[in-house]
Design a protein around this ligand. Structure first.
Ligand code: ATP
Ligand code: MG
Length: 262
């Protein structure tokens, strides 16, 4: 589904922009190479500032790589312009960390879920209800506003909005970080079911290895814009190779958030 090869990305550092001339660039992603096979669930972990969100935004082509290649389903998307990307945009979707700021507070849930469908010129009839049902929310929630929902319910709306488009690939960036442990487990279980039912390919970004363990089959560990370790999930937990990975494992606050739910 995705092949990322020697991906480099630098951005202008606006905090150091001189009064005259261009801002110096900061090199954020430094030569990343990995694959996400179709149907796989890849975990992307690393500490704050390691480049996880930047990598996610590059994969969805919200950012353009400085060099290297991003191939999505056989198409090199690295340097496509927006007009060329538009027909593909439906196929890769993102779920955000903070549903309160990513959901328009003035729109009802039904309108929020229908928005991207309309944008892509798709029929909305029935799809909003279907999406709500898939994420386990009653249809009546279509007429609610985001502030009338709990954190976990809002995150389900974010998921419903993404899956309504029937994408092939979803990137989830820290989507359970703001939730309490039992809502976390519910959202993770839901995502697990959706991956299976819809045949999704998923990349799940988290700074917390414990939430990734059951969901992801493979993990890449980022540190300072580089991949320091890549391994099948169980191998990584049993015998982490990089000292950075060992440090992350030691930082796990809870043994397994699913325990609270199962
Ligand atoms: N628009 C930008 N301009 C300049 N630097 C940026 C920009 N966006 C991110 N950075 C820097 O790039 C690095 C990686 O940021 P990124 O947001 O990808 O990290 P992250 O791994 O997602 O961290 P977190 O876990 O805190 O979300 C950080 O040092 C950050 O300060
Ligand atoms: Mg981030």
């Amino acid at each position: 589904m995705y092949q990322v090869t020697d991906l480099h990305l630098s951005l202008p550092d606006m905090t150091r922009k001189p009064l005259v001339g261009a801002a110096p660039r900061i090199h954020i992603l430094k030569g990343l190479t990995f694959d996400v096979p179709k149907g796989a669930v890849l975990g992307i972990v690393g500490g704050s500032g390691s480049g996880k969100s930047t990598l996610g935004r590059a994969m969805l082509r919200l950012l353009e790589p400085t060099s290297g290649q991003i191939v999505f389903d056989g198409t090199d998307v690295s340097h496509l312009i927006e007009d060329q990307l538009r027909p593909m945009r439906r196929r890769f979707q993102m779920i955000f960390q903070d549903p309160m700021s990513s959901l328009n507070p003035r729109r009802r849930v039904g309108g929020i879920i229908a928005g991207p469908l309309r944008l892509h010129g798709m029929e909305t009839a029935g799809k909003v209800d279907d999406a709500l049902e898939m994420v386990g929310l009653p249809r009546s929630f279509a007429s609610r506003y985001p502030h009338e929902l709990s954190g976990g319910q809002r995150q389900r709306v974010g998921i419903a909005r993404a899956i309504a488009l029937r994408p092939d690939f979803i990137l989830a960036d820290e989507i359970v970080s703001g939730l309490d442990v039992s809502s976390q487990a519910q959202v993770l279980n839901l995502l697990e079911d959706l991956v299976r039912e819809l045949g999704l390919t998923l990349a799940f970004i988290s700074h917390d290895l414990s939430v990734i363990r059951r969901l992801c089959s493979r993990i890449i560990v980022l540190d300072q814009g580089k991949i320091v370790e890549e391994a099948p999930t169980e191998a990584l937990f049993e015998a982490p190779k990089a000292s950075y990975t060992r440090a992350l494992l030691q930082a796990i606050p809870l043994p397994d958030p699913y325990q609270v739910w199962d």
